[in-house]
Design a protein around this ligand. Structure first.
Ligand SMILES: Nc1ncnc2c1ncn2[C@@H]1O[C@H](COP(=O)(O)OP(=O)(O)OP(=O)(O)O)[C@@H](O)[C@H]1O
Length: 707
């Protein structure tokens, strides 16, 4: 038999199994729909018990139907032939046949680990590992690894066509794709790392850190569902653009219970997208801001009353500005929170008035409780208290920093004059333009400093909330149901996550680590990042202190990824040269794929730039199948977006060099790279990020060279 014939024969063999799996899936779908209908039928019985039963049935059945209805591209993608003669098929979800036999095992099940971890050196009882490629329900390709030749039976065929490299060369859509079928050994180790403590994954551009972080979230949900779906998994990325890009990965793995946020949207009701210049972000992100903000929360409100005058039973009672300041300060000893100390502040005012009334011998002065009650009923007095000690919102207090005199007072002895000037200019537009991403951590800090008297909340447990230990298809719907049920129980400002995933962690500032830490007091962590891509220009010692504090003493597991799967070798060489020049001796990943297409660098005049950018985008759109990214210096995004307006809007995205973090495009047009490099101390690292976004083609266009 020729090799081609053998391949066709093996494809046909796998197709037969895949057909059985899809037939079983259809059957399960039908059963779920039937169960749902039967549940509705119970409503007619009419008694209370039946109604509860109906609710439970409909709830479970509807969830299960929904899960089974999800399109499963490449549902079965692997097969293991073991030394024992056993055969396992590996897929996106576990499915059992009618006799409870395993048709597919979930990629996260322990038995599937060998699919990713077995090597020729350590075959783990695997004789042959097979990767199965499909389009819809049709098997289109096979790639085998013979791991243990001595154990292979005579009639075992080994076929292959480079499935991993084929999958890497594919066109990129607008959202990130999952990598379940091709997870590599070093990635798998990080994905399956112990669920407790802190898992730290580092590696250069394109090494799969984001992919690993998301697959790890899916793995944790599988391995301990009650803990992680119940408590919740929070995934945090640097920007809204990035969060949109990764949002499809977990649902494609059948998981939709994780909460995704950008650093600008972690505080309820806020979705900040504005970015501060690096020097401003370094001040706003510094731990020194805690003292500045703390002082603000203890200050008198702007335009508040500066004295209190009350005519009481014919006597004028009067508290001066100093009396009022003293009453406020006494109510706020260190560690107390402004919004929670209102009562203490009011008591101090009553006390000062009472002492004065006694001293002035107010005629017919009643006992103290009646004196207080009488005052408390007076509108003018109540208006005074409300104006003097209003309930403060974080945004209100942050806006106080836009007043140069207040800012100078709060920052005195803490920030340098130059830093104060930077903040003054940055906060001047706060009330008109809204907060920047860095401001969100300040708002969260203020929220903690101000405190919020909350009504005790009753946890409303869902009676259908499933427990843990979920396995395979009969419970696939249950795990979605469990996750959704848990998510609906959470209040809007939920903070007790069971696991927090931080992507692009190198860009998290000290104040942002505090914000994350507040949401993770009982959580385990997965932290992925690359120090060589960091935008942070502030104090590195402060940064590691804040990070250590957020992570607490939890045990750390560290992993390093070393292969760049994104860039062609030709593109990564260009990016690597830039970073090597600035940081010689740093370890960089190895790009595995060569396209033979060298990146293009063009220098043009100012006048030619708009036309050149448009031409470059047009040419890339014709050459690559997927997306084209235009990466611009931060201040020039809007201007350059106008240059390419109308060109294939569904395939072209214009982002700043900072928004490009974590992103990936088939073709990239990078504009004015030298402006990006010289923008700040971290400019060269940001340029490294921008140069390493393309999978296939890169064009740099500028009015001056960037070398
Ligand atoms: N094992 C793999 N199989 C197939 N594709 C992979 C694999 N690992 C990574 N990739 C692909 O490589 C690309 C880069 O992955 P990812 O974005 O996770 O890298 P990263 O380390 O987070 O990069 P960066 O630091 O540059 O943001 C993605 O398209 C991802 O799907």
């Amino acid at each position: 038999m020729t090799d081609a014939n053998i391949l066709q024969q093996e494809i046909a063999l796998e197709q037969r199994h895949v057909d059985i799996v899809y037939a079983r899936l259809a059957q399960l779908r039908q059963e779920a729909a039937k169960a749902e209908k039967a549940g509705y039928g119970l409503a007619r019985v009419g008694n209370f018990g039946a109604l509860v039963e109906r609710d439970a049935m409909v709830f479970h059945a509807a969830r299960r139907r929904q899960a089974l209805d999800t399109e499963h591209e490449g549902l079965v993608f692997g097969r293991l032939d073991l030394k024992t003669g056993q055969i396992y098929h590996v897929g996106r979800l576990g499915i059992r046949g009618e006799a409870s036999e395993s048709l597919v095992i979930d990629w996260r099940a322990p038995a599937a680990a060998a699919f990713y971890q077995a090597t020729a050196k350590d075959p783990r009882d695997v004789v042959r590992r097979r990767m199965i490629r499909s389009t819809g329900e049709r098997v289109t390709g096979i790639e085998d690894d013979l791991l243990d030749p001595e154990a292979a039976p005579e009639d075992m065929h080994i076929v292959g066509d480079g499935a991993l490299l084929a999958s890497l060369g594919r066109a990129t859509g607008t959202g990130m794709k999952d990598i379940v079928a091709t997870i590599q050994q070093e990635q798998d180790e990080a994905i399956r790392a112990p669920s407790s403590g802190v898992t730290i994954v580092s590696g250069g551009p394109g090494t799969g850190k984001t992919a690993v972080a998301l697959h790890r979230a899916a793995y944790l949900l599988y391995s301990d569902r009650s803990r992680f779906a119940g408590g919740g998994i929070l995934v945090v990325g640097p920007s809204g653009v990035f969060v949109n890009y990764i949002a499809t990965v977990l649902p494609s793995l059948g998981e939709d219970s994780a909460t995704l946020h950008s650093l600008g949207s972690l505080v309820v009701g806020i979705n900040a997208v504005r970015v501060d210049p690096a020097a401003v972000a370094a001040v706003k992100g510094s731990l020194r801001m805690r003292t500045v903000l703390e002082r603000a929360t203890r200050d008198a409100v702007p335009f508040g009353p500066t004295e209190l005058r009350l005519l009481y039973r014919g006597t004028l009672l009067r508290l001066t500005a100093e009396d009022l300041d003293r009453a406020r300060e006494r109510a706020l000893p260190k560690g107390t929170r402004r919004n929670e100390s209102r009562r203490a502040g009011f008591d101090n005012v009553f006390q000062a008035l009472w002492t004065q009334a006694q001293r002035l011998r107010v005629p017919t002065l009643p006992a103290r409780p009646d004196f207080e009650a009488e005052l408390a009923e007076r509108d003018d007095f109540r208006d005074f208290l409300r104006a003097w000690w209003p309930r403060l919102r974080p945004m209100t207090v942050l806006e106080w920093l836009a007043d140069p005199e207040r800012l100078r007072r709060y920052a005195h002895g803490i920030l340098s004059n130059a830093e104060i000037r930077l903040l003054r200019d940055a906060f001047a537009t706060l009330s008109t333009d809204g907060p920047t991403i860095a401001d969100v951590a300040l708002l969260d800090e203020l929220d903690a400093l101000l405190g919020q008297p909350r009504k005790p909340q009753q946890r409303n447990r869902n009676p259908f909330h499933a427990g843990g230990g979920v396995q395979e298809v009969s419970t696939y719907a249950d795990r979605q149901q469990a996750a959704r049920a848990a998510a609906t129980e959470r209040p809007e400002d939920y903070r007790d996550y069971a696991h927090v995933v931080v992507d692009e962690a190198q860009d998290v500032s000290p104040m942002q680590w505090r914000m994350l830490g507040r949401r993770a007091s009982i959580a385990s962590w997965t932290i992925v990042g690359d120090p060589l891509q960091a935008a942070w220009t502030g104090d590195p010692a402060e940064l590691s202190r804040a990070r250590d504090q957020a992570l607490g003493g939890k045990k750390r597991h560290e992993f390093t990824l070393s292969t760049n799967y994104r860039n062609s070798r030709e593109i990564f060489e260009v990016a690597a040269a830039v970073i090597r020049r600035a940081f010689p001796g740093e370890a960089l990943p190895t790009a595995v794929r060569s396209t033979g297409v060298a990146p293009i660098e063009r220098i043009v005049t100012q006048a030619e730039l708009p036309g050149a950018v448009r031409d470059a985008v047009t040419s890339l759109l014709a050459q690559v199948e997927g997306t084209v990214g235009v990466i611009t210096p931060v201040p020039r995004r809007a201007e350059m977006a106008a240059w390419v307006a109308g060109l294939a809007d569904d395939r072209v995205q214009v982002v700043t060099s900072l928004q490009a973090k974590g992103m990936e495009y088939d073709g990239v047009v990078l504009t004015e790279p030298e402006d990006i490099r010289t923008d700040s101390e971290s400019g060269v690292r940001t340029l490294y990020v921008a140069l390493s976004r393309a999978t296939q083609q890169l064009i740099t266009l500028g009015t001056r060279p960037y070398h």
